[in-house]
Every structure is written in C-alpha cells, then in structure tokens.
Design a protein around this ligand. Sequence first.
Ligand code: PLP
Length: 390
Amino acid sequence: MQTIYLDHAATTPLDPKVFEAMEPHLREHYGNASSVHRMGRKARFAVEDARERVAACLGAEPGEIVFTSGGTEADNLAIKGGLRARREEGRTGLVTSASEHEAVLRPAERLQEDGGEVTILPPAGHGAVSPDQVAGAIGETTALVSIMHANNEIGTLTDIEGIAEVCRAHNVWLHCDAVQTAGLFDLDVTDLGVDLLSVSGHKFYGPKGVGVLYVSGRADLGPLLEGGSQERDRRGGTENVAGIVGLAEALERATEAAEERTEHLRGLQKRLVDGLDAATPGPFVLNTPVGEHPTAPHVVNVAFPPNGDGEPVDGEMLILNLDMKGVMVSAGSACTSGALEPSHVLEAIGLERKTASAAVRFSLGKDTTEDEIDRSLEVLSDTLQRMQGG
Ligand code: PLP
C-alpha cells in the first residue's frame, strides 16, 4: 500500500543532509560547550557558528538568538519573560488572539486566572486578527502583544507588519509565533518589525526538541529556566549541540529553497482544494481561506458538516479510516488530536461544534507530489462515501 504523509504541519522528516551535519556532534564531538578544554571549545564553536547562521537567516544579530527546546518553550519564554521584563516600567498587560497555539494561549489564560491584565481577541471568520483590532486593545499598561504568523490548524496568515507598526507606535513589544512559516517565508525580523519571534527545528526538516527565540536587543528578557548561565543568562541548561547544529543547517537550507518550496506547495494546495468538490459526496466547509485571505501554502483544513439528516462524520474515525488506506492527516492540530476536544481555532472562527469535530487538516511538504494529492483525494472520496452511507 502506498503511504502518503500529509501531516507536515505536525512535523517534518529529518533531511538526510541535516542528519549528516548533526552526526559528528552526537558521536565524536561530545564535549560540553561550557568546558574550557579543546572538546568543550569544539562544541562552543559549533553552537556559536550555528547561532551566526540562524541570525543571518532571520536578519538578526547572533546575540539576539536564544536556543530553546522547541517552539513551546520559545513561546513560553517570550510571554513569561517578556512580561516579567517590563513589570518595572508599569507595563503588565498582554494582548493575544483566541486562535493562537496553546503554547501562547495557555500561559495567557493562566495569567488571566491569576488576575493578570490579558485581552484575548476574537479572530475574524478567516482566522486572523487585524492591526485595528490590536490597536483597539492596547492600553497604557500593555507590555506585550503575541500574535502568530500562520495559524497551525487552518493556515491563515496574519498581517504581522501592520500589527508591528501599531505596537511600535505604542511602545509595546511584539512577539510572533512563526513556527509554521519559518523556512517558507522570508522572516527578516527587521522587515517584520517584531521584538520576539519563535521558530522550531522540526517544522522545517530539522530535528525535534530544538527551537529558537529571537530576542531583539531592545527586548531584554530574563530566563524561564534557571540554573545555568547559558544563552547569556536567558536559558539555563547544557546546550543541545547536535540539535542546534541541525536546526541551523535545516533553516539555512529551507531559507535558500523557500521561494521554490512555497511555489511548489501553492500548486499542490490549489490542486487539493480544486479537487475537493469532486471528492466529497456531501457538503464541505473549507476552513483555510484559500483565495479569500492570505494563507500559508502548505495547509488545507476542511470539515464535513452532517449530510442532510444524516449523522455527522466522526473526525477521529475519518482520520483512522484514511490512515488504514495509507493517508496520514491530522484532526485540527496534532496537539489537540487524541484529546478529542473540538479545536479552539475552529470554534474561534465560528464553526459549529458538529462540523468542527469532523475537520481534517492536510498539510503538505516539500517532497509531496501531485500524484499523492490525487491519490489522497480518491481515498477521501471512497472513505466519505462509506462513512456517509453514500
Ligand atoms: N507554535 C505553533 C504555531 C506550532 O504549530 C507548534 C507545533 O505544533 C508549536 C508552537 C510548538 O512547537 P514545538 O513542537 O517545537 O514545541
């Protein structure tokens, strides 16, 4: 049976060239980057070289790059560290949106539960918030705005440059979760106008368990993890040297190929969306606003509302049935699938519960082919017909 992996927004396969770059640091160069002997210096050199390469990809200074254990930690560090850093100025407020990743939403909600000043903006039907909405929510005590670049469940892009202008005008720091767009778009931090930006290695053919928080020179924040002075006192813990080298290699490769990859993905996204009409026996709702609002090129989120008087399609069963035929996709996001809760993003864009629970996210990768898209549409069509009794 042909297996087709269409879950690249959850994670991507490790590029063999990236593994090649990492391997010596997993075998012979095992020194601790803080040790002063030659083995330690070798590790330190690898980390600092990686830092320079990552900084170059993001248009940042090497000193502005903090290596973390992934996107979740980068987001947490941005929110918690950012708010702590501005407390003395009397700026304590956070503005974010209801369609953020849980790594931003959960810290925001906890802060709110603890009596913090948190505004969670509702996104429009397409899934993004606007610069005007952010401007309306900013007050004199707002410290930080955290808004994602592309939504991980439905792919909607947000006007980060526009939001950055608003933030700058009010002396508010802007954090952007760019985990889904790193390696697909030019993420020059100066052009974007952000103060903090999160990326994660495993989303662009790098290793899992390593990420980056870009921290602009003006956003001087303290650590979340204490107990070591690594990363200039911004993140304690022995450096994951192989992971850091792998992330730099993967980001460089992805940045070089970004235009070509994005064009390829756009073609596949269109092919998939165009094929949905013929593939679905009943009605469907396209949650990724392709053609109506800017989107990331690799995501297509579609839901299947109840067909006439029929029972709604069970999303979990749909995914398992697709998997049995070799097609691997996600329900909403990988983080919420398994928990069987309707996606908070689909709820935030106003999708009815019944429909939201039958949503599927196809996410395409650099090596996905047109044939794989066509085959997936065939499998989807067969599966839906069986499930909807067609
Ligand atoms: N932010 C977004 C938008 C994501 O899609 C993800 C992962 O799914 C994360 C953050 C978390 O990243 P990580 O898996 O590296 O912790």
